[in-house]
Design a protein around this ligand. Structure first.
Ligand code: ATP
Ligand code: MG
Length: 405
């Protein structure tokens, strides 16, 4: 791939996370390539190539299922005849001014992300002392810290992400303005923040990221309702649900299990949903209705900050909604619940709630047993309740039927 470009007379280097991870002895997630060939020129070298992006024009070269991103060296200069760059209130909106390798290095975010690997001679080009920072485990923003954050506030989140994922420390000058600049995230499109949140929480260091985001007051910019719920926590009963959810996410990923964005966001937003549902119930709403309304409210406020695609917010509602049905253990209800397509996710969610002391462990254990029980055992498990609560159940049923079906 790199050889193809260099044989065609262009310079080409591996850059970014792939190089960083290689040098750290970690398995690189993907490889990015930087070259002095223009996107159109890259397209001429590879026929399996597509040009994408307006804000940041790139070539995607396809190799089977893999995609390699090929970016042309860019410069920080305001204007040249060769491209365009659009800046508004210090924020970069478009960045397509081409430049040299050195200029390209200057506009990258952190020193450890500005290493260029030349596979012709296995040398590393390092304009920013990235190698030293990599060895010492330091996250250091390139250039003037304040203007680099203003240019692109997402760098605030990237600093946290790399510190959490790599176990690096954020160098003092890079660290100092983070909390103060946190409100700048309000200017970042919610769709871009969604992408960034996924990287923060699905990269294997969710718990560490969560704790750091809260420490640097960034979490409240992403999930204000959750931050609010957590900051009002009763100190005798600290809310550990989100922490446990994040630890659980990391465990699952390290075991090679999947984590869906729906489950992740359901965990991240549960505290405000739960508190609001409690309030609606106290005001007289039926539990299911209270949950439904709470979910709708929290999701619509959340959309202003981090937009969650509909294909995930629908299953999130299911996961939440099913929580209200776990307490109904009589008759045919457990069987109906267990055949719901989101039962498994909702059950995992229930386990987390039990772990954090929000519901009785006994309830979670009951459902664990129920799933492993054979037909006969299931009948007796669901009958026990029925005998004792027969009358009450019949009376309640009338009331709940409309909401439940
Ligand atoms: P990951 O392992 O998460 O992919 P990465 O460092 O490769 O980490 P990418 O988002 O894939 O991160 O970006 C690739 C490279 O592009 C970065 O290493 C960095 O050099 C540059 N880059 C990405 N985002 C920014 C940004 N917001 N500002 C400046 N440079 C950036
Ligand atoms: Mg990358």
């Amino acid at each position: 791939m790199l050889t193809r470009l260099s044989k065609s007379g262009y310079e080409a280097y591996l850059v970014g996370g792939g190089v960083r991870d290689l040098l750290l002895g970690r398995e690189p997630k993907d490889f990015d390539v930087a070259t002095n060939a223009r996107p159109e020129e890259v397209k001429q070298v590879f026929n399996n190539c597509r040009l994408i992006g307006r804000r940041f024009r790139l070539a995607h070269v396809h190799f089977g299922r893999e995609i390699i991103e090929v970016a042309t060296f860019r410069s920080n200069q305001k204007t040249t005849e060769a491209g365009d760059r659009q800046v508004e209130n210090g924020m970069i909106l478009r960045d397509n001014v081409y430049g040299t390798l050195e200029e390209d290095a200057q506009r990258r975010d952190f020193t450890i992300n500005a290493l260029y690997y030349n596979i012709d001679d296995f040398s590393v080009v390092d304009f920013a002392n990235g190698m030293v920072d990599l060895q010492q485990g330091v996250i250091r923003l390139l250039g003037d810290v304040e203007s680099r954050y203003r240019e692109d506030p997402v760098r605030l989140l990237r600093a946290i992400r790399f510190a959490a994922k790599l176990g690096f420390v954020i160098e003092p000058a890079t660290e100092a303005p983070i909390a103060r600049f946190a409100p700048l995230l309000g200017e970042v499109p919610s769709a871009r923040l969604y992408e960034e949140v996924l990287k923060l929480f699905l990269g294997g260091a969710a718990l560490e990221s969560f704790e750091k985001l809260r420490h640097y007051e960034l979490f409240g910019q992403l999930f204000p309702a959750t931050e609010e719920a957590l900051s009002h926590e009763d100190h005798e009963f600290p809310i550990t649900f989100v922490n446990r959810g994040m630890a659980n996410t990391d465990d699952r990923l390290s075991q090679g299990k999947s984590v869906t964005p729906a489950f992740l966001f359901a965990v991240l937003l549960w505290e405000p949903v739960r508190l609001r549902a409690e309030r609606f119930e106290a005001e007289g709403a039926h539990p299911l209705e209270a949950l439904q309304n709470a979910a709708a409210e929290v999701l619509s406020e959340q959309a202003k900050h981090v937009s969650i695609p509909k294909r995930f917010s629908y299953p999130m509602r299911d996961i939440w909604q099913l929580q209200a049905r776990f307490t109904q253990r009589q008759g045919k209800r457990p069987q109906r619940l267990a055949s719901h397509p989101k039962f498994r996710a909702a059950y995992d969610f229930l386990l987390l709630r039990a772990e954090s002391g929000e519901v009785d462990q006994e309830l979670a254990d009951w459902w664990t047993l129920y799933q492993h029980a054979n037909g006969e055992e299931k009948v007796s498990m669901t009958e026990q309740g029925r005998r004792g609560r027969g009358r009450r159940r019949r009376k309640r049923r009338k009331k709940t039927q409309t909401v439940d079906e």
